[in-house]
Design a protein around this ligand. Sequence first.
Ligand SMILES: [Zn+2]
Length: 290
Amino acid sequence: MPELPEVEITARLLDGALAGARIGYARAPGINALKTFAPPLSALEGGRVAAVSRRGKHLIVEVEDAGDAGAPLVLLIHLMSAGRLQLYETAAGPRDRSSRLLVGLEDGRELRLREFGSKQAAWVKLLGADELERDDALATLGPEAWPQPGEPAELKALLDAPRPLHALLRDQHVIAGIGRSWVDEILWQARLSPYKRGADLDEDEARRLRDAVRETLGGALAHYEQAISLPIPDKLPMPLRIHRHQGEPCPRCGATLEAVHFEDYVIAYCPTCQTEGRVLKDRRLSRLLR
Ligand SMILES: [Zn+2]
């Protein structure tokens, strides 16, 4: 589940490894993840990778000197829930049915967008650099959650809606970069209920939440700086302590972590630290018990 820290470490490592590399070919094999038609992928051939960066949960690969016109191009990539952008030393590696985009470099290396699992959701857009900021995917993003999620009052204003914090923090239009995994860690760190409404945050809670966003995402990134090198592994070693740890003791107070199951995600939390001892109704569990 690549979220801000996972996408950021991918961008940092690829930026260091790819800057200046010249592109030999670009192809989207099999299921086409490419969502744009013009320019064609072949326009990248002969271009030079200028930089790799992150915006929200998106990766941006900037390419200079491409095509006849030489106008700068960008690959805008969303890994969705199971994508990886991996750089291999040769084009001979495990190129398989998971490959959605292949960018071969003249030095023999190959950059691959691969996607695991049954859903094909990861996507790529090839845009003129001047189109990037206008693209819906970026134009509708909220402010970045990291490195500076703002002052507590700014965060409070951002989240001032009658919706649960768990939903607000994952809404990329509200704040960009947080998803289903890190939201559990952030709310636990801030000692806030996933169901507390954003509009009900007081000043102290907003400060705790701001600190938790910064420390949790920054801590994850520091971990990846030590733990990860290229190619980005198929399975990321996410340093999660709460998410997917229901049934285990809370690392802070020792109470048993609880969970609420939804069709495609799970909220994990500590009743003692976050919900004043209340165990939230788990619809899946109550249905099974009925
Ligand atoms: Zn606890």
